[in-house]
Design a protein around this ligand. Structure first.
Ligand code: NAD
Length: 360
């Protein structure tokens, strides 16, 4: 029977990448029925929201979704659809593997990292109070009353919270992932020296869960030091367990270590659903140019195939992608040195080459 999968094209470069990914996944021979659901800025006018409930219902029904990137306005405007999807569907764990493929233009070799990011809390809570609002004034008053600390007048305020339940849940996910995938070490990333209570709780709970996995080494690294360590000696690290905001930043850095955003896949897991998407955003400047690399989204498709239990198809597709990256003949601009970019293939031609190599 065909797998019913919700497919969200997104905006910017999203629709081109989604079409390339859909064609490649169909070419693996695994049967899919695609439930195409639009979300983002382009549905606000017709439906009054960038994240209509039909999208959530589709994912709740199908339990599996793959999506292209969706633009979030900076500063004002609507809140992130990406964050909304993760929160509404309880997709509490983000998994972002970053490994070097032979042939990729990168300063590093043999990087093989997995970022596990808590997806539902922290500064991403979406609880914010605008400068000059009654809410900001009230919160500032309450803070002063309960802590004695004064928030300067006219401040905007964002709330960071970290709970025991969510910390336990993401730590368990990271250690179970490490165990099932033969990983040797989990590094807990935090800033508990300064953010003593919130990050302190994350660290304490993660250590506690880690103690249940004696075969897996645990260490913890303060986030700023982690950034330097990753740039200097990424080979020392394996699974990086992060609260939400640090996880977001660390995963882009890790994508940069292994050749850029064009090949960085991601997945979001909850108790009832999984959503697969590239790490990168909608790269608006490349919209409609058939230029962006579809591999990050196709690698996300590889993760989806594994999640569905289609390991053979996942392995075949991954080895085709790996072979193409190594050869460097049929790739998009971002995988070529500057002086060779005039021979880059477009998004859809890369998909054609993958399909040909799959023998479809
Ligand atoms: P971005 O990832 O869209 O692009 C940064 C740069 O990376 C691009 O200019 C391009 O040079 C390169 N790049 C990204 N994807 C590429 C690809 N597939 N192939 C080749 N090069 C690629 O980051 P941004 O410019 O910070 O964000 C643009 C928009 O995307 C924002 O609105 C942001 O909120 C949104 N965003 C969405 C998601 C998501 O949907 N999950 C994730 C990140 C950012």
């Amino acid at each position: 029977m065909a797998y019913a999968v919700t497919l969200i094209p997104g905006d910017g470069i999203g629709p081109e990448l989604t079409e390339a990914t859909r064609r490649v996944l169909d070419a693996t021979g695994v049967p899919f029925t695609w439930d195409i659901q639009q979300a983002g800025a382009n549905v606000i006018e017709s439906e009054g929201t960038p994240l209509p409930s039909r999208v959530l219902e589709s994912i709740r029904t199908n339990k599996v979704a793959i999506k292209g990137p969706i633009t979030t306005p900076v500063g004002g405007g609507f809140r992130s659809v990406n964050v909304g999807l993760r929160k509404e569907l309880g997709l509490y764990a983000s998994l972002r593997p970053c490994r070097t493929y032979t042939g990729v233009q990168s300063r590093y070799e043999n990087v093989d990292l997995v970022v596990v990011r808590e997806n539902t809390e922290d500064l991403y809570s979406g609880i914010e109070f605008e400068q000059g609002s009654d809410g900001a004034a009230e919160i500032a008053r309450r803070i002063e009353a309960v802590s004695g600390a004064r928030v300067p007048d006219g401040s905007a305020i964002a709330i960071k919270y970290i709970s025991e339940t969510a910390s336990d849940r993401i730590a368990r996910f990271a250690y179970e992932y490490a165990k099932k995938n033969g990983r040797r070490k989990v590094s807990i990333v935090h800033k508990a020296n300064i953010i003593k209570y919130a990050d302190g709780l994350f660290l304490e709970r993660a250590r506690r869960i880690g103690a249940e996995y004696p075969d897996i080494e645990t260490n913890d690294v303060i986030v700023d030091n982690m950034m330097m360590q990753l740039v200097q000696k990424p080979e020392l690290y394996d699974v990086l367990l992060c609260p939400n905001l640090y996880g977001d930043i660390v995963s882009d850095l890790c994508a940069g270590l292994v050749g850029g955003l064009g090949i960085g896949p991601g997945a979001n897991f909850g108790e009832d659903a999984a959503l697969f998407e590239p790490i990168h955003g909608s790269a608006p400047k490349y919209t409609g140019q058939n230029k962006a690399n579809p591999m990050a989204m196709i690698f996300s498709g590889v993760m989806m195939l594994r999640h569905l239990g289609e390991a053979d198809a996942a392995n075949r597709l991954e080895s085709v992608l790996s072979e193409m990256i190594t050869e460097g003949r049929e790739v998009t601009y971002d995988l070529l040195p500057l002086e060779q970019r005039d021979r880059a293939l477009g998004t859809s031609e890369v998909a054609d080459a993958i399909i040909r190599r799959l023998g479809a």
